[in-house]
Design a protein around this ligand. Sequence first.
Ligand SMILES: [Mn+2]
Length: 320
Amino acid sequence: MIDPLERWQRYGEKPDYAGLLTFSGVSYTEDPAELAGADVVIVGAPTDDLVSDRPGARFAPRAIRAASCPPGPHLEARIDGIGELRVVDFGDAAVVPADPLRTHDAIEETVALVLERGAIPIVLGGDHGIAEPDIRACARRHGPVGLIHFDAHTDTGTEVFGASRSHGTPMYRLVRDGHVAPRRYVQLGLRGYWPGEREFAWQAQQGITSIFMHEVRDRGIRAVTGGAIEVAGAGPVFVSIDIDALDPGFAPGTGTPEPGGMTSADLLWAVREIASRVELVGAEVVEVIPTAVGSADITALVADRIVRELITGLALRRRG
Ligand SMILES: [Mn+2]
């Protein structure tokens, strides 16, 4: 285990731009045995072979780590999630360029190693195709999971451009294969012009709940988040956050941006609230396309803060 803060111990903290690049400066290991006792484990999944428009999400795990800020008390929640919980950075899954099948196997294997040690994996994507190995690993450990899915799109196509494995199809495949319990599956932030009637008819048949962006706007984030938590219900829950749920004004670095989305303030609160109230077994933040370094990349920055809110919510739940 490497503690990136150790060299700066006499100063109490490490500058964000210096030292080993880990999430929030937490300890780093690639040895699964060293994950014993960890509460939350960060895994990178740098792959974007399955995008249908603009690529670049393969650079996100590094960018999110580079944008991440050191531990400290959350000024609203009044708790330091990283101080309270044992958080470890397990590095990146051994992805293979241009080979999405082997890449997904590597991601599933890495996430499974985290789950075997009893920790909660938080995966930094990557395109949304990684939902398939991420959630499959969680379902193989915990049984079919409830799913709270923030996105502009449903990602429940049977195919996109004729491809059945795409960043537009993972949720269809996960429901079809029994890894997601459809009646405990809720989508938040849907808007724009995709998908069509066929997909929504299939979703209705499965009992999937869709909360559209206009409902978030009209009913407010507290009401729709409360509703989503009710749909997910008791039992294991996975939270999947596609950064394009946010308005492109807040998260311009993404592959299929859709204007008219959520605010950062709403989404950050919602993920903390969810993590503090459900039985979270895993989470992912996907579809971030960074273009700048460190805190200059506002999309990677908000992705980092989303992960911090998840950790803060988990710490609140632990405290009771
Ligand atoms: Mn998506």
